[in-house]
Design a protein around this ligand. Structure first.
Ligand SMILES: Nc1ncnc2c1ncn2[C@@H]1O[C@H](COP(=O)(O)OP(=O)(O)OP(=O)(O)O)[C@@H](O)[C@H]1O
Ligand SMILES: C[C@@](O)(CCO)CC(=O)[O-]
Ligand SMILES: [Mg+2]
Length: 378
């Protein structure tokens, strides 16, 4: 039997980091996906005692015998709990880390460890100790602010949950999950994100699961309906970074300067709320005026992100280049490198700015904003 799932990456228009501390944030899905294919072998097949993970886009394969997985991961009454998402305990995470270490990841790919641990955790909790080959292929740059970790958790969970649904209509292309399964999927994906991010807000997995554009605050989701064109240039600095470390750095700064950082988080909250209101507004304010307001909000959000300590010289370089072309930019996701968003007001010709950014070694692309969330296919 074969089951497929896909989940999109995301951009955060306003509110990253502050959202971890209870502020509002606004995020949208982008049309770059992580794909997961689950293949279950026949009883008689040769490899029916192994779990194999293939990461297609980076040509890596990992494989464990089920006996070894059973031996390493402590089995208790909560081991198989498809319908009740639970957190991975530190003890289980340590056991899983041993299984990952045994695969001798190349040194330069060690950053994949948390993703592989998350894979083993979600797989064994939702499917149990069953043989399969899991093929993952991602269009998203890893660790760059476009939600590669959330897309992995959402696509993998979608495939795992879909494999046990009774209604499997084959050959109908991509379809969405119903609300109940979507909610279950989002809870599991959040548990997976915890392994990769440490202390996620849940915004990345939520927007990847539900798609479109959302306003998110302390787990509360408001789906947004945009009433204006919204075009963004995405620039990848190609500077690698790790969301877990950046989130932890902001928390440490907040612990050192609680009053200051609370004011920063409150200011970000207001920015996100104002941004959401502009995007949704149906009044007769012109698109140009709305774009001017969004520009200002993005500029202020970037300033506050800088004060949280998550900007980077490469981000500042992109911002300076886009300013020369009268365009406004902010980092998106965790910062520290990664990707930057540049608002492209109606009528903007991007060729010159893209040429200049690319000549500095950055990678530019435009992605369509606000599309599908998680989908499955049989
Ligand atoms: N397709 C994948 N296969 C295996 N691991 C993955 C995959 N995609 C992401 N990961 C894991 O997620 C990590 C990157 O997650 P991280 O949260 O740091 O960045 P991001 O999700 O791309 O950006 P952000 O969280 O800022 O949106 C990788 O180091 C890897 O461990
Ligand atoms: C930095 C952060 O706010 C967004 C990462 O895309 C972390 C989170 O919300 O979990
Ligand atoms: Mg992430």
């Amino acid at each position: 039997m074969e089951v497929k799932a896909r989940a999109p990456g995301k951009i955060i228009l306003a509110g990253e980091h502050a959202v971890v501390h209870g502020s509002t944030a606004v995020a949208a899905a982008v049309d770059l996906y992580t794909y997961v294919t689950l293949r279950f072998p026949l009883q008689s097949a040769e490899n029916n005692d192994r779990l194999t993970l293939q990461l297609k886009d980076i040509s890596l394969e990992f494989s464990w015998s089920l006996a070894r997985i059973k031996e390493a991961i402590p089995y208790d009454s909560t081991t198989l709990c498809r319908s009740t998402p639970t957190s991975c305990s530190q003890e289980t995470l340590k056991s899983i880390a041993v299984l990952v270490e045994e695969q001798n990841l190349p040194k330069e790919k060690i950053w994949l460890s948390s993703g592989i641990s998350t894979f083993l955790w979600l797989y064994t909790r939702i499917i149990g100790f069953n043989p399969a080959t899991v093929v993952i292929n991602s269009e998203l740059p890893y660790g760059s602010g476009l939600g590669s970790s959330a897309a992995l958790c959402v696509a993998l969970t979608a495939a795992l949950l879909a494999s046990s649904l009774s209604d499997k209509t084959r050959g109908n292309g991509w379809s969405s999950l119903d609300e109940t399964n979507l909610e279950l999927l989002n809870k599991w994906a959040f548990e997976g994100e915890k392994i990769i991010h440490g202390k996620p807000s849940g915004i990345d997995n939520t927007v990847s699961a539900y798609g479109n554009m959302i306003k998110f605050c302390s787990g509360e989701i408001t789906r947004l309906q945009s009433n204006m064109p919204l075009r963004m240039l995405i620039t990848n600095t190609r500077v690698g970074r790790n969301t877990k470390a950046l989130v932890s750095g902001v928390s440490q700064r907040a612990a050192r300067h609680p009053d200051v950082m609370n004011s920063v988080f409150n200011a970000v909250d207001s920015i996100s709320k104002e941004l959401a209101a502009i995007i949704q507004s149906k009044d007769d304010t012109s698109v140009t005026e709305k774009e001017e307001s969004i520009k200002e909000l993005m500029e202020m959000n970037q300033g506050l992100l800088q004060s949280m300590g998550v900007s980077h010289s490469s981000i500042e370089a992109v911002i300076q280049t886009t300013v020369k072309h009268k365009l406004v930019s902010k980092l998106t996701g965790a910062g520290g490198g990664g990707c930057i968003l540049t608002l492209l007001p109606t009528g903007t010709v991007v060729d010159k700015v893209v040429k200049e950014l690319e000549s500095s070694g950055f990678q530019c692309f435009t992605a369509s904003i606000g599309g599908n969330g998680a989908q499955i296919s049989y």
